[in-house]
Design a protein around this ligand. Structure first.
Ligand SMILES: CC(=O)[C@@H](O)[C@H](O)COP(=O)(O)O
Ligand SMILES: NCC(=O)COP(=O)(O)O
Length: 242
């Protein structure tokens, strides 16, 4: 069964709307774990639009499963990661003006810088993942710089599912691209994860990708939780990963 990492950024989005102390990110994570989440993902952005440093430190103490910290490859955030020591770090691209993550990290274009950060994180016992597009060049570069894992960006997969439909040539071509990048990653000994824009409608086709380790899913689960509660929303997604 493919594991489920739940990204709880948007519990913090709601809290930050009023700069309140509730809804609690710590309590949300505990509910996700109770419902069967295999890990909890939070994205500590440079602009702190949702997750705050205190959330990351609090989750480090409170989680029973694993803490996956998504972050940009910058000095300030790397220092936080080295202090918190999450189980996993996933290096992602960030642009302040972006609504959400728009693409994968260009690992191939900055190998020297990223290799140094990967080495520092791994020396602290942190498992390092690279958030990349389904591009063989990026997969090979991730392996070259010593990453343990890749997380394939499924934003285009989700867009094409919605815009063209699962039987369209556009969607099938993107799923094929994901499968090819996945095979290359597994062949290189990388752990294979995927995420971004995955939801209850589009999750089935990507479950067929061989050796998929874990999906990181956030927005769709938190949106569903508004109506059914977070435990039910997580359980409903877990069932789809069987
Ligand atoms: C990297 C990725 O696709 C998401 O995990 C990321 O967290 C999206 O950023 P927001 O959560 O700020 O939308
Ligand atoms: N890395 C993907 C993630 O953690 C969640 O992305 P989304 O489901 O909120 O789009």
């Amino acid at each position: 069964m493919i594991k489920l990492g739940v990204n709880i950024d948007h519990v913090a989005t709601l809290r930050q709307a009023r700069k309140e102390e509730f809804p609690s990110v710590i309590a949300a994570a505990a509910s996700c774990e109770k419902a069967g989440a295999d890990s909890i993902t939070v994205h500590l952005r440079e602009d702190r639009r949702h997750i705050q440093d205190k959330d990351v430190y609090g989750l480090r103490e409170s989680l029973r499963t694993k803490l996956n910290l998504e972050m940009a490859a910058n000095e300030e955030i790397v220092a936080v990661a080295l202090d918190v020591k999450p189980d996993y770090v996933c290096l992602v691209p960030e642009k302040r003006q972006e609504l959400t993550t728009e693409g994968g990290l260009d690992v191939a274009g900055q190998k020297k810088k990223l290799a140094q950060i990967v080495a520092k994180l791994k020396a602290s016992g942190i498992f390092v993942s690279m958030f990349i597009d389904a591009d063989i060049k990026q997969v090979l570069a991730s392996h070259e710089i010593g990453a343990d894992c890749i997380e394939l960006h499924t934003g285009k997969y989700a867009q094409y599912f919605k815009r063209f439909g699962k039987n369209s040539k556009e969607f099938k071509s993107e799923l094929k691209r994901i499968s090819e990048a996945s095979n290359k990653a597994v062949g290189a000994g990388l752990v294979l994860n995927a995420g971004h824009g995955l939801d209850y409608d589009n999750i089935a086709p990507i479950c067929s990708v061989a050796k998929m380790n874990e999906f990181n899913i956030g927005f769709a689960i938190i949106a569903r939780a508004v109506f059914v509660g977070i435990e039910t929303a997580v359980k409903e997604m877990k069932v789809l990963l069987k």
